[in-house]
Design a protein. Structure first.
Length: 187
């Protein structure tokens, strides 16, 4: 889906910031091709690389601050290689239909910056085992996308933990917040 017409996006990194990330573990997503390559590589690699999509803009951060009293302005939106494997293994197969969901495709990862910056609904989830706040974003794009992330104040990241998609009207955020969030810790 072409989301370039939307006016709310993540903040791109400056050249100085990009140079600071050149440690080999952080990969900057400058375009959808970078995201596709990271997702493809994640399926066969065992390294501990992390993809950075961009930084949370002030408008999105303000909404999160007002709702949850969590300041994530200029935090990186990041995705660990292991979480890509988790998402594809747990939510990227035909078994999703049995759960009333739709399998995640490699192309769905390209929507992450759009979902974070343009969510329709946002909820506070349970904290991680490490006591980090969890945020659940939902965005309807012909189908309902759910994106679970946690806040890492130490690294200034909003780290994508998992994502799934459900046909419209088959689930609501209220149902999601009443049930345990599927994470790598409880799946």
């Amino acid at each position: 889906m072409d989301t370039t017409t939307e006016n709310i996006t993540l903040i791109n990194y400056s050249n100085k910031e990009i140079n600071q990330f050149k440690n080999g573990k952080v990969i900057i997503a400058n375009n959808s091709g970078d995201i596709k390559k990271f997702i493809r590589d994640a399926q066969t690699s065992n390294n501990n690389h992390k993809l950075y999509f961009g930084k949370i803009n002030s408008q999105t951060a303000s909404k999160i601050k007002i709702l949850f009293n969590i300041d994530v302005e200029n935090y990186n939106v990041s995705l660990k290689l292991d979480n890509v494997k988790h998402i594809l293994k747990k939510h990227g197969n035909q078994k999703e239909y049995l759960r009333g969901q739709v399998p995640i495709l490699e192309s769905d990862f390209e929507l992450i910056p759009y979902i974070i910056s343009n969510f329709d609904t946002i909820k506070r989830g349970l904290k991680t085992a490490q006591d980090k706040p969890v945020i659940i974003c939902m965005k309807q794009i012909r189908i309902n996308y759910y994106l679970v992330s946690y806040v890492s104040n130490k690294h200034h990241n909003l780290e994508i933990q998992t994502m799934w998609k459900i046909k419209k009207n088959s689930a609501t955020m209220n149902n999601i917040s009443k049930n345990p969030i599927p994470t790598s810790e409880n799946e």
